[in-house]
Design a protein around this ligand. Structure first.
Ligand SMILES: Nc1nc2c(ncn2[C@@H]2O[C@H](COP(=O)(O)OP(=O)(O)O)[C@@H](O)[C@H]2O)c(=O)[nH]1
Ligand SMILES: [Mg+2]
Length: 565
């Protein structure tokens, strides 16, 4: 290879790496098409483009293609001069393609150099095997491949046919007088024209008196479809010989043309170049399509993530409001808190004046059992209810949002994520319990700083902790106490207790830390909840850099080719 060709080769290898790495996991617009094209590009690089670039002097491979019963096998056998490949009205059940070559050329084909995924056999092959047949009547430098019908009713046959045509330097396209205008073969020929593959057309089994009309009609169709320069051979309807071969004068023109082609180095390499260039160009286009399809994946991925984020941000905000606006302090919590603080003794502690409050407080907590458990439980219950409600609503919003797109629907499949996790009760209860424990711990360590006696601290911690919690639940916009309404009226008691014991600033600081702590724990809970959605995306690994990388690889192929040209 010339240096410039090495650069083309290496650019294609880089593109191959991109294509191999890319996945189009989301059901977005163009994803199905992109996956198909990706598969084809990878296959054609391995089967044809890279091996051809590495060995431009390898034999020219002509693939005989056409619809069922058009006479492919008969023509291939007739060119070779003996019945190598099974022909017949009863369709051979095997879909093993046969590659005929001169024995001198064997080493080009018995290795996985081209079509590496097809195992080689020398006898009749099984499904998906490539049967190699040495036929020295073929000129050195020409191989003939009898492909399965491209319109086979067996899907794998059709796919194999397409794969083999994509590996050809030349399509020897066979059609019959009865079938030449059919839509299916034409869609294939249009593809050939689009890709600029070298094609020769054989019109087979034509009644002698209709030859001129049909030839003219087909020639016009070829011209209209961009294949006007393709050689057109016409084989009249003839009797086959005992071996099922065409009489030599019938197959002679095609045979001569093929011989002439491989004998003329310039003509041969022109055919190879044309098909190779066409293949690389169409590969660039496919890669563009794939990059574009991947862009849709990136957009869809971001869109689905935004739905989840929005759904759970709303939940976080609503929880935040519910926590701060005093609504938790209604009903049961309020009643239990009033039980707790509603004794005259408690108020006397508060009314005794800041200077003496510490002593009084110690006396208060010493003399008093601590019925805080009920208040704590009521708080836990109230907060937990808010968390569960909002987690459920967020799940419903996110699931509804995802179901609105096909990508989201496919990702959800049969799973119903429209409610919070099954264990949200336990998880949210644990969140609140852990927070309450942390609040008590906070009060304990603050109290220790204030040098309470150990006993006062240990007994008073629960009451102080409650006061902090109450302050948290009535702290809308930094306001506390009476300003936030009836529930707050009670909260002011807790506030004053805190201020009396810790000082105003420290008291505010305590409530604030406790609130931030609760917020962190709530966010962690919501993160766990939303990860049920986002985990599904994370595992797909849709990377926004990918389209750019593919385009970069395409640009390098383009530059390398223009340098080589
Ligand atoms: N009389 C006649 N029969 C043919 C001709 N070409 C093919 N056949 C028969 O048509 C049937 C299908 O041919 P075959 O080569 O197996 O078609 P394939 O499916 O394209 O490989 C076989 O029975 C052949 O013997 C021909 O030119 N003349
Ligand atoms: Mg056949």
């Amino acid at each position: 290879m010339a240096t410039s060709e090495v650069r083309v080769h290496d650019a294609l290898v880089a593109l191959q790496g991109q294509m191999a790495a890319v996945r189009l996991p989301l059901e977005t617009s163009g994803a199905a098409q992109g996956r198909k094209e990706r598969h084809n590009v990878l296959e054609q690089l391995d089967d044809y483009v890279l091996p051809r670039l590495r060995a431009l002097d390898a034999p020219l491979l002509a693939v005989v293609g056409g619809s069922t019963g058009s006479g492919k096998s008969t023509l291939a056998n007739s060119i070779v001069g003996r019945p190598v490949t099974a022909a017949g009205v009863l369709r051979p059940t095997t879909r093993s393609p046969v590659l005929m070559h001169n024995s001198v050329d064997q080493s080009w084909f018995d290795s996985p150099r081209i079509l590496p995924d097809l195992p080689r056999v020398t006898g009749p092959g099984a499904d998906g095997e490539l049967q190699l047949a040495a036929a020295d009547s073929l000129p050195v430098g020409l191989a003939l491949l009898d492909a399965p019908d491209f319109d086979s009713i067996v899907v794998s046959n059709r796919e194999l046919s397409v794969q083999l045509l994509a590996a050809a330097d030349l399509w020897l396209y066979i059609t019959t007088a009865a079938r030449y205008a059919d839509a299916v073969p034409w869609s294939l020929l249009e593809k050939a024209a689009e890709r600029n593959v070298a094609v020769a057309v054989v019109l087979d089994r034509v009644d002698t008196d209709a030859i001129d009309t049909i030839r003219a009609d087909l020639a016009a169709m070829l011209t209209r479809n961009g294949l006007g320069t393709s050689p057109l051979f016409v084989i009249p309807e003839v009797r086959l010989d005992d071996e099922g071969l065409l009489p030599s004068e019938a197959s002679e023109p095609v045979q001569q043309w093929l011989r002439g082609l491989v004998a003329d180095e310039a003509a041969r390499s022109a055919v190879i170049r044309r098909t190779l260039d066409g293949a690389i160009t169409s590969m660039q286009e496919s890669a563009e399509t794939i990059a574009e399809a991947y862009e849709h994946q990136v957009v869809a991925d971001a869109g689905l993530r935004a739905i989840v984020k929005e759904s759970y941000t709303v939940a976080a905000e609503k929880i935040d409001v519910a926590i701060a606006d005093g609504s938790v302090l209604r009903g049961e919590v309020l009643a239990r808190w009033q039980d707790f603080v509603g004794t005259g003794e408690f108020f006397r502690v508060l009314d005794s004046g800041i200077s003496r409050v510490r002593d009084r407080f110690e006396a208060f907590v010493r003399g008093r059992p601590q019925p805080t458990a009920e208040v704590e439980a009521a708080i836990a219950h109230g907060v937990q209810a808010v968390l569960i409600d909002e987690a459920n609503e967020a799940a419903e919003r996110a699931e509804t949002g995802w179901r609105a797109s096909q990508a989201g629907r496919e990702l959800l499949g049969d799973d119903d994520l429209s409610r919070a996790r099954d264990d949200v009760d336990d998880r949210s209860a644990a969140v609140v319990r852990a927070w309450q424990g942390a609040v008590l711990e906070l009060v304990r360590s603050e109290g220790a700083n204030k040098r309470f006696t150990a006993r006062a601290v240990s007994i008073g911690v629960n009451g102080m902790g409650l006061a902090v919690m109450i302050a948290v639940f009535a702290s809308t916009d930094g306001r506390t106490g009476a300003e936030v309404g009836s529930a707050g009226g009670t909260a002011v008691v807790g506030q004053r207790l805190l201020e009396a014991v810790f000082g105003e600033q420290a008291a505010r600081h305590l409530a604030e830390r406790a609130r931030r702590d609760l917020n962190d724990r709530v966010m962690a809970l919501l993160k766990e909840e939303s990860s049920r959605f986002t985990d599904r995306l994370d595992s797909l690994d849709v990377d926004e850099r990918t389209p750019g990388e593919i385009r970069g690889a395409i640009i390098e192929v383009r530059h390398a080719r223009s340098e080589a040209a």
